[in-house]
Design a protein around this ligand. Structure first.
Ligand SMILES: Nc1ncnc2c1ncn2[C@@H]1O[C@H](COP(=O)(O)OP(=O)(O)OP(=O)(O)O)[C@@H](O)[C@H]1O
Length: 249
């Protein structure tokens, strides 16, 4: 889509929570770039700053200093209303909890962001997304009539419906068994490969990270490494090294 530009970028990003005794440096000078058409994973031990990085880069949380951009738009200086619009129009989100509306059907949940934005759906695109979700007749079912994996597929389709510049997914397989998790990861993988989407996913799981094109590793709020074309084994091996280092330092 935009091969030469980045989909999201941070430069020298810092995020500090609290003050005095309770001060926590969640992000320490993080510079990272996610390219258009890339499926990237963010990994690291618990508390390393993965969710904070995602939230700051997606304009869901404020930064303490440094810069964060979506495409060419610097987001740290935007006013709340502008940020809301940017999130609505340019970003898709998938969370660990599926966050579907219980009174709407699966299909209505998928098209909800378009309705909220008052946008006419791109019918061709929507048809592709709906076909990719693979729910068939269950599209008319309500979330409570769907399995966890099916509900999360609806949530991914909802994120795709507006054809956002980038999708941020926070532990999208965290609530799923391994088979449903694999379906979601394949769906995300295909949305990048076949539909040209850009996905950044926070995960704990080396198997999930193995679906990505690239893994960025965080430790203590810093980017400490990255791996291109990762396998689950290579990711696990890297994680073990950081954890061993953490114990000795
Ligand atoms: N709202 C908050 N107030 C104070 N400290 C916070 C807040 N949110 C996060 N932190 C702290 O910032 C650090 C990074 O947290 P973050 O949730 O980004 O880590 P994570 O790598 O996503 O962890 P996990 O894998 O356990 O979800 C942690 O030390 C955490 O305790």
């Amino acid at each position: 889509m935009h091969p030469s530009t980045s989909a999201a970028r941070s430069v020298g990003l810092n995020k500090v929570y609290g003050a005095g005794e309770t001060r926590v440096v969640a992000l320490d000078n993080v510079s990272v770039e996610f390219r258009h058409g890339e499926f990237a994973a963010i990994m690291g031990p618990s508390g390393s700053g993965k969710s904070t990085l995602m939230y700051c880069m997606a304009g869901l949380d404020s930064v303490s200093s440094g810069s964060a951009a979506i495409g060419e738009t610097e987001i740290t200086t935007l006013k709340e209303a502008q940020l809301t619009r940017l999130r609505r129009d340019r970003i898709g989100f998938v969370f660990q909890a599926f966050n579907l509306l219980p009174t709407l059907t699966a299909l209505e949940n998928i098209t909800l962001p378009l309705d909220i934005a008052g946008r006419e759906p791109d019918q061709e695109w929507l048809a592709k997304v709906v076909a990719a979700v693979g729910l068939g007749e269950r599209l008319e079912h309500r979330p409570s009539q769907l399995s966890g994996g099916q509900q999360q597929r609806v949530a991914v389709a909802r994120a795709l419906a507006t054809r956002p510049e980038i999708i941020f997914a926070d532990e999208p397989t965290g609530n799923l068994d391994s088979r449903s998790g694999a379906e979601i990861l394949t769906f995300l993988r295909n949305s990048v490969r076949e539909l040209g989407q850009t996905v950044v996913m926070v995960t704990h799981d080396p198997v999930a990270a193995g679906y990505a094109d690239r893994v960025v590793f965080l430790a203590d709020g810093r980017v400490v490494d990255e791996l291109t074309a990762p396998t689950a084994d290579a990711v696990l091996d890297r994680m073990r090294r950081f954890e061993a280092k953490g114990r000795t330092s």
